[in-house]
Design a binder for this molecule. Structure first.
Ligand code: KIV
Length: 276
């Protein structure tokens, strides 16, 4: 399968074909997603929560993102890789934003970057796209501003904030974004945004009418444990399978049943005889 591009993704929207996206942060996971033909892999800054154990994504750095994006792009032979720009990497100046996005493309091999925020990010989105860096927007619940939003809550529930969401999506499209993530948005509002813009909308907790869907891998395969949001469908309980394996291994080691004969290397007996 050919790697998705900003053009093929728009074409999918026009043809009513849905777009699949999942997060990955390491080589083997990205390789599996590549093998099954997921359209886009997001190296999300959710890395901070599900891999690095932070409470929020605010602690994730550019170096973290470059490191994990490198692992993913080494595996993604046919999949478009979008790397998240972490907190403070695109806030200080347009120049610094360009340098940081450039690192994700040039050092880490990403094919696009993702930026949280709406109209307030237009200057950065325009500068990046004019420099040849495809940008995915991200509006609705933007986890990097969780403290300002007052928690992880559904966005766009009243007229004013719903209108703001539509205006943000349009502003991002106008600035050159090739797609926009809608996170934790009422399904009818996400449908309206999807109808109002020409770029693909990628929903997470935004209902079935977005042009595509994204989920955090660790949530959808049951690897993270703990609370799982209402909008997640769990396709597996990989964490339980791993725990069973760890438990069985511990028992085998303690009983002395691992390693067994088939796990051992041998040498000719006379080698040992000559030692003593
Ligand atoms: O960081 C991330 O994984 C994300 C998705 C939730 C869209 O931004």
């Amino acid at each position: 399968m050919a790697r998705a591009t900003v053009l093929s993704l728009k074409e999918k929207k026009r043809n009513g074909q849905k777009i699949s996206m999942l997060t990955a942060y390491d080589f083997p996971t990205a390789r599996m997603m590549d093998e099954v033909g997921i359209d886009m892999i997001l190296v999300g800054d959710s890395l901070g929560n599900v891999v690095l154990g932070y409470e929020t994504t605010l602690f994730v750095t550019m170096d973290d993102m470059v490191h994990h994006t490198k692992a993913v792009t080494r595996a993604a032979k046919n999949t478009m890789v979008v790397a998240d720009m972490p907190f403070l990497s695109f806030h200080i100046s347009v120049e610094e934003s360009l340098r940081n996005a450039g690192r994700l493309m040039q050092e880490a091999g990403a094919h696009a970057v993702k930026i949280e925020g709406g109209r307030e990010r237009v200057a950065v989105v325009r500068a990046l796209t004019e420099s040849g860096i495809p940008v995915m927007g991200h509006i609705g619940l933007t986890p990097q501003t969780v403290h300002q939003l007052g928690g992880f809550r559904v966005q766009g529930k009243d007229v004013e904030s719903a209108r703001r969401l539509i205006d943000d999506a349009k502003a991002l499209e106008e600035a050159g974004a090739f797609a926009v993530v809608l996170e934790c948005v009422p399904a009818p509002l996400a449908k309206k945004v999807t109808q109002e813009v020409g770029i693909p909308t990628i929903g997470i907790g935004a209902g079935p009418d977005c042009d595509g869907q994204v989920l955090v891998n660790h949530d959808m395969i049951g690897l993270f444990g703990g609370h799982v949001a209402k909008f997640v469908r769990q396709y597996a309980q990989v964490g339980e399978i791993m725990k069973e394996a760890f438990k069985a291994y511990k028992e085998d080691v303690e009983k002395g049943t691992f390693p067994a004969e088939e796990h051992c290397y041998t040498i000719k007996e006379d080698v040992l005889d000559k030692l003593y």
